[in-house]
Design a protein. Structure first.
Length: 270
């Protein structure tokens, strides 16, 4: 597949190439590998150690999910591990009352984290798509987040071989949607913004960032095909599966070729 006008594609990681949300949900329920007790799940650990019911244990987990969605992390002042243990500690106390239980919070966090990482996989069809796409364009992984957390995810899903470069927002001065991190990615690949496409599931970071940086196109991965708010950034294209990207790029290429042919068609005045 040869493409005109597009020299590089930037991919988001979480919930674009890997289903981080699903992995996090499964981490609440499932046991750790390597022979550890089958009952050792977050919900079970909370029930056993905190002497609470299943409903209360799940309420704690729901509170932690909400805290993760609202999380603001400054690596210069706060360790991500300590912050996330605090999420669990606060959720336990907010749900059950009583004294804080830091040791149980830490146990829940590390259990959840280890199991989530185990379920972060790059699907076989996604690997195949990236392999084929890389024959035509350069590929770059661009993910926001804490350096340690994101590097662990990247290692867990073994996606490094499919990319020409990997950029983690937590390692840069600014994260998506700042134009600077996109321009840094362009510099790494030796391409211009107008030659690049950004693919991601977040309108606020991936799409707005691509627009801010003046990329050729932004592609919003909208798996549930939800209707965005009127005030949301407007992507150039929308797909429901990341596997739809190659066909979309070919459509873009055909449009470019059609425009070129139109530009070169002699007018009646010549």
């Amino acid at each position: 597949m040869g493409l005109q006008g597009v020299k590089a594609v930037f991919f988001d990681l979480d919930n674009t190439l890997v289903d981080t949300a699903a992995a996090g949900r499964r981490a609440i329920e499932e046991q750790l590998p390597h022979g550890l007790p089958r009952s050792l799940k977050v919900v079970s650990a909370l029930q056993a150690k905190q002497h609470c019911g299943e409903g209360e244990a799940r309420a704690i987990c729901d509170r932690v999910r909400a805290k993760l969605l609202r999380e603001c992390h400054d690596p210069a002042t706060t360790c991500i591990t300590e912050l996330r243990i605090s999420h669990w500690e606060e959720a336990i106390q907010e749900t059950l009352g009583g004294q804080a239980n830091r040791s149980l919070a830490a146990e829940c966090y590390f259990l959840w984290k280890a199991t989530r990482l185990r379920h972060l996989t790059l699907a076989e069809d996604t690997r195949g798509m990236l392999t084929e796409l890389r024959k035509a364009v350069r590929l770059l992984l661009l993910t926001n987040g804490d350096r340690q957390t994101q590097r662990e995810k990247i290692e867990a899903c073994a996606c490094q071989p499919y990319f020409d470069a990997i950029v983690v927002g937590g390692e840069q001065k600014e994260e998506k949607p700042a134009p600077s991190i996109f321009h840094h990615c362009c510099d790494l690949l030796g391409v211009q913004p107008a030659e690049c496409v950004m693919v991601g599931d977040s309108l606020d970071t991936d799409i707005q960032g691509g627009l801010n940086a003046g990329l050729k196109a932004t592609v919003w991965l909208n798996k549930t095909m939800t209707t965005p708010l009127d005030t949301a950034p407007v992507p150039h294209y929308i797909i429901s599966s990341v596997l739809d990207l190659p066909a979309l790029l070919l459509k873009m290429d055909n449009k470019i070729n059609t425009n070129l042919e139109t530009d070169h068609t002699p007018s009646s005045n010549e």
